[in-house]
Design a protein around this ligand. Structure first.
Ligand code: GTP
Ligand code: MG
Length: 195
């Protein structure tokens, strides 16, 4: 994918703010700190377009980034942050559910998990939710540079088993530090979004 133009478009809290130009959307879900913003920056070759949130777990918006006028990345607020109140968690759930159930241009969800750790209960819930809605998804195991190459397969196996991933659901090993997985992920995104 040749990146010609990228821009931050809007922080949306609900359908009234979703863009209306009908471009395909690729959403990114995952725990706070898993590397969602870093992945977006690496995919777009921008150092700081998607900013690390100052207050993890406080972001309540869906952040839209437009690429080449062809596609949106939609960055979800991270989940699993312990210091979030019950009402905030419920608001998060409602917003995400409304988006996932009703968003026609949504073509693909990237679910990010940290390659170093077994998926959390929240990761499993998210994965099951996405499967339930039948939304095409790719699991992206982030921070591959943090473990040695000889450990990769073992960790991938744990992730696949913990999430209960059938063999046909793709898993991409990714590093925002080295760019590992970037080309593979772009070709999968282009195929899913038909761009
Ligand atoms: P929230 O916005 O809070 O939900 O977090 P996020 O998922 O957007 O995580 P973010 O991209 O801000 O990354 C969190 C931290 O992990 C930062 O310090 C990043 O530099 C680091 N990080 C992200 N991806 C990688 C990676 O592939 N390798 C390494 N070594 N560090 C990474
Ligand atoms: Mg972020």
């Amino acid at each position: 994918m040749k990146i010609k133009q990228t821009e931050f478009v809007i922080s949306a809290v609900g359908p009234a703010q979703y863009p209306e130009d009908g471009l395909p959307e690729v959403a990114l879900a995952g725990r706070s700190n898993v590397g969602k913003s870093s992945l977006i920056n690496k995919m777009l070759l921008r150092r700081n377009l998607a900013r690390t949130s100052q207050q993890p777990g406080k972001t309540q918006t869906l952040n839209y980034y437009k690429i080449n006028g062809d596609l949106f990345f939609v960055d979800f607020p991270g989940y699993g942050y312990a210091r979030v109140s019950k009402s905030e968690r419920e608001a998060w759930g409602k917003m995400i559910e409304r988006y996932l159930r009703g968003r026609e241009p949504l073509k693909l969800v990237l679910q990010l998990v940290d390659v170093r750790h077994a998926p959390s209960a929240d990761d499993v819930k998210m994965y099951e939710w996405l499967s339930h809605y039948g939304i095409p998804m790719i699991v992206v195991a982030t921070k591959a540079d943090k473990i040695s190459r000889s450990q990769w397969q073992k960790h991938i196996k744990v992730i696949r088993q913990s999430l209960g991933m059938p063999g046909h659901v793709p898993l991409v090993l990714f590093s925002s530090e080295t760019g590992q997985g970037r080309d593979e992920l772009w070709s999968m995104i282009a195929q899913a979004a038909e761009i």
